[in-house]
Design a protein. Structure first.
Length: 197
C-alpha cells in the first residue's frame, strides 16, 4: 500500500498509534491486544493485523513515530542548568499519571520482545541526538572541552534516573535528578565522557 502524507494511510496510522498509547496508559503492556487497539482506534482488526502483525509491531511503530517528534530540550543558558532540567524532564515524565505508564510499558515491551527492543534503541538514539545540542552549546560557551561526547554526557545524566526507576525501584525526585546531572557534569569536565578516538 502506498502511503500519502496526510492521506488515509497516515490517518489510520495516527489513529492506531493514539489507540496504542491510550491502551498502554490504561491497561499496561501485559494487557495490550491487537483487538483492543483496533476497537479503540475504529480501525478493523484485520487491517491492524495485516499492517502491524502483533502487539510488538504496534509498540515498535508507536516508538518510531515518537522518535521523530521534537522533544523539549532544555536551554537554561548553562550546561549545569540544562543537565539538571534534562534529568528532571525524564523523572517528571515517568511520574506523570498519563505519560509514565506508557513509557514504562515501552520499556517492559523491550525487555520481552526483540522488535520492541530495537525500536526502543532507535528511539533513544533519536532522543540522544536531539539532546546533544546541550553539549554542543556548552562547548561553544567554553563550559566543556570539544572532546566531550554529547551522547555519553546525556546518557550519564539520565542513567541514574532509569536505574532507580527500573532496577533498584527507588523513588526519584528533583534532588535525585539534580545529583545525577551534577555527577555527569563532573565526569564530563574530568574527561571521563570524552569521545573515543
Amino acid at each position: 500500500m502506498t502511503s500519502r502524507p496526510g492521506g488515509r494511510s497516515a490517518r489510520v496510522r495516527g489513529a492506531v498509534r493514539d489507540a496504542t498509547l491510550a491502551e498502554l496508559g490504561d491497561r499496561g503492556y501485559a494487557a495490550l491486544t491487537v483487538e483492543g487497539v483496533a476497537a479503540r482506534s475504529g480501525v478493523h482488526k484485520t487491517t491492524v493485523y495485516r499492517r502491524w502483525g502483533n502487539v510488538a509491531g504496534l509498540i515498535a511503530d508507536a516508538l518510531e513515530m515518537a522518535g521523530g517528534e521534537p522533544w523539549p530540550v532544555p536551554d537554561t543558558g548553562t550546561i549545569e542548568g540544562d543537565l539538571r532540567a534534562l534529568a528532571r524532564l525524564v523523572a517528571d515524565g515517568f511520574a506523570d499519571p498519563r505519560e509514565g505508564p506508557v513509557s514504562t510499558a515501552f520499556i517492559s515491551a523491550a525487555l520481552q520482545d526483540a522488535d520492541a527492543a530495537r525500536a526502543l534503541h532507535a528511539f533513544f538514539l533519536a532522543r540522544h541526538e536531539q539532546s546533544s545540542v546541550i553539549v554542543t552549546r556548552a562547548v561553544a560557551r567554553g563550559e566543556l572541552g570539544a572532546e566531550a561526547d554529547p551522547a555519553e554526557v546525556v546518557r550519564a545524566t539520565v542513567a541514574p534516573v532509569y536505574y532507580r526507576l527500573f532496577i533498584s525501584r527507588e523513588p526519584v525526585d528533583a534532588a535525585v535528578a539534580d545529583r545525577a546531572a551534577v555527577a555527569a557534569l563532573a565526569a564530563a569536565r574530568a574527561g571521563a565522557l570524552n569521545a573515543r578516538e
